[in-house]
Design a protein around this ligand. Structure first.
Ligand code: F6R
Length: 245
């Protein structure tokens, strides 16, 4: 596991974008796993800028997002469909048929999760996966639990996650209670992982990772087992002593 400690959010975003840019340049038909949330906003801004400068071509790239709330309309302002459209898809030349997100509108969410897994298998899995981490250590929407699922599935969101994400909604009760998420197995099958962790409220996640103790109650700790993971974090997170969850 490689840690890259950054002085600023800008540096973190730029360095993570470098990894993705290199991946696309080396393999134009890469399968990229994408994340949402506050942390990757600067990263997406960098990718868009590089595309606008002519340095990147997304025409053969396939994307698979980690997760989507359930139930949620794909036009809901807080859906990850809208987030991705706003922050990446509408700015670059990705082909519509190469963009994949779990459906927050499916009649049968379990079937939708299964279909999502199959679509990912069909393209041969992920080359490079972008990850953020929740305050409780969740990865994608794989919440702390006694066991974790390998494949895409429906997850009941933890109260702490709904509280944290309430900042994007009118109030906490508007945050959907479930989500469709890739499973840990699918994330782990990515050839390369990039984890972004910024801010002192995520310091516990960095400390837990550094400690090297693996527990499904803090899903981010499992990432220590991946053979090719780079963690981009800030000085505050790296130096903190707090490893409480
Ligand atoms: C979202 C996702 C989540 C977020 C996590 C952190 O696609 O996978 O695991 O990465 O909830 O979100 P922020 O960056 O808003 O703190």
């Amino acid at each position: 596991m490689k840690f890259v400690v950054c002085e600023s959010y800008e540096e973190l975003s730029q360095k993570a974008a470098d990894v993705f840019a290199l991946q696309i340049q080396k393999k134009p038909d890469s399968v990229l796993g994408l994340a949402t949330g506050s942390t990757p906003l600067g990263f997406y801004a960098h990718l868009c800028k590089r595309y606008q400068e002519g340095a990147l071509d997304f025409s053969k790239v396939n994307t698979f997002n980690l997760d989507e709330y359930y139930p949620i309309s794909h036009t809901h302002a807080q859906s990850y469909h809208v987030y991705m459209e706003k922050n990446l898809f509408s700015h670059v030349n990705l082909q519509k048929e190469n963009i994949h997100l779990p459906s927050g509108e499916a009649k049968d969410p379990n079937q939708a999760a299964h279909d999502y897994s199959l679509a990912l298998q069909k393209v041969g899995g992920l080359d490079l996966q972008l990850l953020g981490v929740g305050h409780n250590g969740h990865i994608g929407f794989n919440e702390p639990n006694t066991s974790l699922e390998l494949s895409a599935h429906v997850e009941i969101l933890a109260e702490r996650t709904r509280k944290a994400n309430a900042r994007f909604f009118a109030c906490e009760k508007d945050v959907p209670s479930r989500a469709l998420t890739m499973g840990l197995g699918e994330i782990f099958n990515a050839k390369k992982l990039v984890l972004l962790c910024y801010g002192k409220e995520k310091a516990n996640c960095i400390q837990a990772l550094k400690k090297g103790k693996i527990t499904t109650q803090v899903p981010v700790t499992l990432l220590a087992l991946h053979p090719d993971i780079t963690v981009f974090c800030d000085t505050a997170a790296m130096q903190a002593k707090n490893a409480d969850f």
